[in-house]
Structure formats: C-alpha cells, structure tokens
Design a protein around this ligand. Structure first.
Ligand code: FPP
Length: 263
C-alpha cells in the first residue's frame, strides 16, 4: 500500500523515501547553510522582505529537525552577515526582532531536543537586548550533547581571519609562539569555530553561487551544493536531497581518484 494511503502527503512520502536512501554511515558531521532568497521569495508573493524572513523561520526548523534525524553533529546557519548591517534600518530591526522572538519561542524546545546553541560573529555589534536573549539560550542549552546549532550572527569570514591573525601576531610578539610554528592547527585554534570541525557540506539556497564571506578558511575542502529553492521553501526533503548529492561525490582532498579508492 502506498504511503499516500497511510495519510502522508506527497511531500511527506517523498521525504520519507529520501531519508531511506541516505547512507547513515556517511552523514556529514558538519553542515553549513547560507539561507538565501527570503527577499526575492517575498517579492514574488507581492510582500515586503520581512515577510520572507518571517517564513524563513519554518525552514530553519525543518533544517534543525532534519539534521537531528540524521544525527548531523553540527549545523551552522548564516543568519546575519556584517554586510547585512548596511540594509535599510527597518529590515535590520525587523530581522533582529525576529531573531529574538524565534530564540525566545524555540529555546525550550531546542533544549528538550538536546540541541546545544552557539553563536559566532562580532557580538559587540548586537544590542544588549539581543545579546542577553542569546545568552539565555546559550546558557540553557550549554550542557546538551545532541546537535550543535551554530548561528553565524554579525559574522564575516574575513573579519574572523583578521581576528585570528591579530591573536597569533600577539602571541609571536610576546614570545609565546615562534613564526615557524604557525600552521593550520594554530590558525584553526584562533578562529571563532575552534571547537567545531570544518563543514563537509555547504548548502546555499536560491540559485546564487557564491560564498559571500562565509567560513572562508573552514570551507577550503567542503562540498558546495547550490539549489534554486528559495530559503522560505526549503524543507527536510531539500536537505535530504543535498545530503544524497554529497554522498555521491568523491572527496579527493587534492589526491587522485585511485589513491582515494585504494585507501
Ligand atoms: C538572506 O536572504 C537571508 C537573511 C539575510 C536572513 C536569514 C534570516 C532568517 C531565515 C530568519 C531567522 C533566522 C534564525 C536563525 C532564527 P535575502 O534577504 O538576502 O534574500 P534575497 O537575496 O532574495 O534578497
């Protein structure tokens, strides 16, 4: 009997089928997402941009749930870039309000689901109010051991690298570190993401094929997946499609295909 007869919608049945096809022994440990296309989605509906952001929250929920089901270890969401501060004041304020409202509404359920929240970015640019809401959620979920949900907020990959370089230069100046000892591990230890593995998979929605200042150092060997789907339309089905696509790729890290196969 088909799933449709069991009362599942066509999308639910499709999502279930995709889930079954995923190789559970080859799940990316870290998935990063550029949630793009909210503004265009809203415009297509004859609405203002905030309407798109508002609907994007449902997609955030779907991505978190989907990653939880697949036991992804880390999910990083690009929620607000340092460049986004240049947007019209009403949009910036609207996004901040939405963020606070969402965190307030979802914190308890994230906590119940064993999700641990993290924030990366320049928090000094965020208002005291936004910071205190974030602290509440970070504190509440700090002992959880399930999915690590990392919000990139007021985030810039270039600023993160500059911050790391300054820290390293300071250590060299104070004779705590020799120049010859600067390596990949030292740089990683000085990034905001020092507690997290690099993403194996980076998804960007809405058809744009750019990195847009997101995790510039960490994405060096990530598989990039671009989909035409606008962020407010993104559902578990789309996440599972991206993971299946990832599982069909050969990750060579600069080696040859034969080397990878033999190892
Ligand atoms: C990019 O679309 C999206 C953003 C800058 C904001 C993303 C924010 C949310 C989905 C809201 C809530 C998030 C959390 C984590 C609670 P765009 O506005 O650049 O779209 P466009 O390219 O079509 O203009």
């Amino acid at each position: 009997m088909s799933d449709l007869k069991f009362g599942l919608t066509e999308t639910e049945a499709e999502t279930k089928e995709l889930f079954k096809k995923i190789d559970k022994t080859n799940i990316p440990e870290h998935v990063a997402i550029i949630m793009d296309g909210n503004g265009r989605w809203a415009k297509e509906q004859g609405q203002d941009r905030l309407f798109g952001h508002f609907h994007g929250v449902e997609s955030v929920r779907a991505a978190v749930e989907g990653c939880g089901e697949l036991q992804v270890g880390y999910l990083t969401l690009y929620a607000f870039s340092t460049e986004n501060w240049e947007r019209p004041e009403t949009e910036v304020n609207g996004l901040m309000e939405l963020l606070v409202e969402t965190i307030r509404k979802e914190s308890e359920s994230l906590n119940k689901n064993n999700v641990k929240m993290h924030v990366i970015g320049d928090r000094s640019m965020l208002s005291a109010f936004v910071n205190s809401e974030l602290d509440y959620s970070l504190n509440l979920t700090r002992d959880n051991t399930g999915l690590n949900l990392i919000l990139a907020l007021s985030y810039s990959g270039k600023a993160e690298i500059i911050h790391a370089i300054k820290n390293i230069a300071e250590s060299v100046k104070n004779n705590e570190l020799a120049i010859e000892d600067i390596n990949d591990a030292v740089i990683k230890a000085n990034l905001y993401t020092n507690k997290f593995p690099d993403p194996e998979l980076m998804i960007r929605t809405s058809g744009e094929q750019r990195i847009s200042n997101f995790l510039l150092y960490q994405l060096a060997y990530s598989e990039l997946y671009f989909t035409e789907v606008r962020w407010p339309d993104f559902r578990k089905k789309n996440l599972f499609e991206a993971i299946l696509d990832y599982q069909n790729r050969e990750r060579r890290f600069g080696k040859t295909s034969a080397q990878i196969t033999s190892s």
